[in-house]
Design a protein. Sequence first.
Length: 477
Amino acid sequence: MSIFGVTADEVSRTVRLIRQHRIDDFETERKRKDGSHVAVSARLAGLHGSDGGVFEVCITHRDLTEQRAMEARERLLSERSAQAERLESLGRLAGGVAHDFNNLLAIILNYTDFAIEQGAGVGSAQDDLARVRAAADRARMLCRQLLIFARCEPTQAEAIDLNLILADSHDLLAPMLGEHIELIVRQAPEPLMVEADRIKLEQVMLNLIINARDAMPQGGTVVAEASKTEVDEEPPGINPAIPPGLYVQLLIRDTGTGIPPEVAARIFEPFFTTKPQDRGTGLGLATVYGIVTEAGGGIGVESEPGAGTTFRLLFPVAAEPATEIDAPAPVRPPVAHGQHVLVVEDQDGVRDLVVRILRENGYTVTAVGDGPSALQEIEHKRFDLLLSGVIMPNMSGPTLAELIQQSQPRLPVLFMSGYTEGVLAAEHGIDPDIELIQKPFTADELLDQIHHLLTAAVTPDTDRPLPGHDGIGIRRG
């Protein structure tokens, strides 16, 4: 390789080193014959004769192109690893916060419903209660977004054509953007099948397009387009890293104000936002990140201040098309006829709430605050269902259920928790197949699941009929 471009400083260094009888290594830049620049490591040495004088200078060069590329890849991997660890840590924190708030929201939601149903107050008081209920619903959705980011929210994944999500998003979101912003949706001519939760994909579109709208206060254009793309090597700027293969690519581009590099580096962190306090929660893009990674994909952002922003999402291609199943219309559960429920919950507010819901809907209830107290009740009473918390002091809910079912093997059990099944299985070793209702639940949701379990528990060979059920019951040990 012929390399030119020795600088005056290097000539001076050469003379100095020759005089000092030294060998020196240094990095510099050279120019090839074709005019391109290349980084090199140069070693310079003077060859001395018998009289001690220098009769020749030798300079060797080593091309650093591959070494620099390897160092850049290592830096990228290190940065990605650090970001993944930071987001994972934030995810665990977010999941814990959501759990605690879910307990509180269960109380707020249901007692507000009680007040509304009983007609507490008239006129403006009812309006005030309706506003409280609406705020609680919003808080419930924020907790759900936290759980999505933490990858704790239950997922109903299906193979779905991303073209359908694009079409539906245009009809839904275009009116929300205002007349000063144009939304352009470009669907692919072929099906773009991805394995994901449909509701969560709609959440991705909503969050990204609303984010684009907020970046264009003076108006502009948002383009959403999808296609298939082959990824031959690890794509730069995509987090987390994804393996080579065939992907469905979703691009959301806007002509807005752009994002500075220091903001783009933190843009997927929960609670990080540059919006005014009353306009952003810092959860929108964190939620998008959680949904994409849960689907096995990656996401990246390209932006320059004043030049707009492009979000690039890559989803693995799904093998099978979606199967449409019509969901049955919800039916309000019937009033019970004295079935006896043992409620075990260490949170006083939640326990009082559950007791009220059950008693007002025809159940007989015994309530205690921990597992040992529940075992004492079991010694003296018969129950038709155990409704228990999962993570409790002194004894966990599953341990309690196992002990009780040694004597009453057919006793139905329903657990309630602010954590999801995934978190309970991964972090607490709880069987993912347990019957679980996640807080915050409404009265109807709780009653429906209890009714379902009691109905399913009825078998032909039972010894004692359930109260209110002629000729059917649960066998007792």
